[in-house]
Ligand binder design. Structure first.
Ligand SMILES: Cc1cc2nc3c(=O)[nH]c(=O)nc-3n(C[C@H](O)[C@H](O)[C@H](O)COP(=O)(O)OP(=O)(O)OC[C@H]3O[C@@H](n4cnc5c(N)ncnc54)[C@H](O)[C@@H]3O)c2cc1C
Length: 491
């Protein structure tokens, strides 16, 4: 590819300040900062400011048949924004505005490159009684990618996955045309995807391979005046998980139900992996920490909800400590990031969780993150835990019960040293083994899947289903320029 010719055409669209093929710029976009997946190559990086500019970029990419990769921060754990076949990386972070907030229908219309920090900052300032769900990802990561890739937020119990937060989309198709999905395709209101044919699904779960979202409406939720975060601890996942399942079916104003093991807890406390208790079960230390967040409109209602939560905890012989009390139970050198998570302890998301992947451990982290039947949470954890321990890695487990208790997400993280090829090799082996082991449990489906997992799923899926996915991809992207090499819809 003749970079300079393409660069000069791209400069006509965004100006020379916002397009580059300089090596130091290419480097920034060539890989996923944290994963053990192979690197790619960015030939040209460009930062458009509007949907019209995105359309023009995509038209040039079609003319020269060059890959185009939509990108916000490239930190997604699956290397799904890595330019595997080179080409143009479209960094969307200049498109970071909140365009409208509708408090009646509770949504915000945002641009495709908005980050969690942008969104939260805007809402806190202009609509303080409303909030979006927030991830544990760093503040500079993208809202729209997280929604498109089934991410999960701290409102997962009421809102479901990030995909379920999407009310409608404006998308530049791989041919450069602009379309809209949902109620905004017919009116000025972006209140939902109902009751039209739901073509938003053509862009959800496709990892940027079917178009570039330039606008989206995402659901907001009211901040209610009364809120408590409980942080109970139990000896083992087997003891704690049934309590969480029961809570998920009990209503009680619960907006978030999250369970983590001691490995992940220690990570949040900023401990170096080399000095933590890798196997708390063998040491007789608790290996289960729960986060239960409840909110209410009146004090009386809140009191009743909290009492019911406490009584369910006690039924399972677990002390229902609130986060405020529990954190004070830890020695101060164990506080780490935990107090910063909860409003009741003076913290607030989004915040930097980079410490979990700190450089004393080599800064690398990757997971097998899956949507799972609630039945399989404990089995998933135990299978993954054993494999981590076999390779002398700290198992870091994290699960959320979602959408009023209809399913859950579960993931096991593995830290590694990005500068150590042997450790990267070992990590890939662990991830592969965990993936294969958890497939024994029916209905364990990975989100943000790296390419090797996409291939695995193709082999399991009905051939006609695969064919349909391929046909959709070919129809939308006839020149196969949109984020190619990820495997989705490709032969
Ligand atoms: C410490 C840590 C904790 C995390 N915790 C969470 C968590 O709690 N919940 C969670 O959901 N995630 C979490 N993540 C994962 C991830 O960082 C987030 O989901 C994040 O929001 C992804 O944004 P990104 O900007 O990195 O996406 P990118 O990597 O830039 O993009 C991801 C995918 O979306 C595509 N894409 C990007 N923008 C568009 C667009 N506008 N149109 C079409 N396709 C697009 C890309 O091509 C790519 O395929 C965590 C990550 C870290 C490092």
């Amino acid at each position: 590819m003749n970079n300079s010719k393409v660069v000069s055409e791209l400069e006509q669209i965004v100006g020379d300040r916002y397009v580059s093929d300089e090596p130091e710029i290419q480097f920034l976009y060539h890989y996923d900062f944290i994963t053990a997946e192979p690197e790619g190559k960015c030939d040209i990086a460009i930062m458009p400011e509007s949907a019209e500019e995105v359309q023009e970029i995509v038209k040039i990419a079609n003319k020269y048949k060059i890959p185009v990769v939509p990108w916000v921060s490239g930190i997604n754990f699956g290397s799904i924004a890595t330019p595997r076949k080179g080409g143009i990386v479209v960094d969307l972070r200049r498109m970071n505005r909140v365009l409208e907030v509708n408090e009646d229908d509770m949504y915000a219309v945002v641009e495709g490159g908005i980050t969690w920090a942008d969104l939260k900052g805007y809402l806190d300032k202009h609509h303080p009684n409303f909030r979006a769900g927030i991830t544990y990802s760093p503040p500079g990561t993208g809202v729209i990618p997280s929604c498109l890739c089934y991410g999960m937020f701290d409102l997962g119990m009421i809102g479901g996955t990030g995909a379920e937060f999407i009310n409608g989309l404006e998308v530049v198709l791989p041919t450069g045309e602009l379309i809209r999905t949902g109620s905004c395709s017919l009116s000025k209101y972006w209140f939902g995807r109902q009751p039209l044919p739901d073509i938003s699904g053509l862009f959800i779960g496709w990892e940027g391979t079917t178009g570039i979202v330039t606008k989206a409406a995402i659901k907001l939720w009211p901040k209610l005046p009364y809120r408590t975060d409980f942080l109970p601890i139990a000896s083992r996942m087997e003891v704690g998980a049934p309590m969480m399942v029961k809570l998920s079916k009990a209503g009680l104003g619960i907006v978030d139900l999250c369970m983590i093991n001691m490995g992940w807890t220690q990570s949040l406390q900023c401990f170096n992996q080399k000095s933590v208790a890798k196997d708390p079960v063998a040491l007789g230390i608790p290996d289960f920490v729960a986060l239960i967040t409840t909110q209410a409109y009146t004090e009386e209602q809140h009191k009743a909800q909290c009492e019911a939560i406490k009584s369910i905890c006690k039924e399972h012989k677990i002390e229902p400590f609130t986060a405020e009390v529990q954190i004070r139970n830890f020695p101060k050198n164990m506080w780490g990031l935990i107090p910063h998570i909860f409003p009741s302890t003076g913290g607030q998301l989004p915040m930097h969780f980079w410490t979990c992947w700190d450089f004393s451990r080599g800064g690398g982290g990757e997971w097998i993150g899956c949507y799972v039947s609630i039945r399989n949470i404990v089995k998933y954890y135990n299978l993954a835990r054993e494999i981590c321990l076999k390779y002398d890695k700290t198992p870091q487990f994290y699960s959320r019960i979602m959408f009023g208790g209809h399913y859950c997400v579960a993931r096991i993280n593995v830290n590694f040293d990005k500068n150590d090829p042997e450790d990267i090799k070992k990590t890939r082996q662990i991830l592969k083994e965990i993936h294969d082991a958890v497939q024994q449990l029916d209905g364990v489906i990975m989100y943000k899947p790296p390419k090797w997992v996409v291939q695995y799923y193709k082999d399991k899926t009905l051939p006609a289903t695969n064919k349909l996915v391929e046909n959709v991809k070919k129809f939308l992207d006839p020149n196969n320029i949109m984020n190619p090499g990820q495997g989705i819809g490709e032969d």
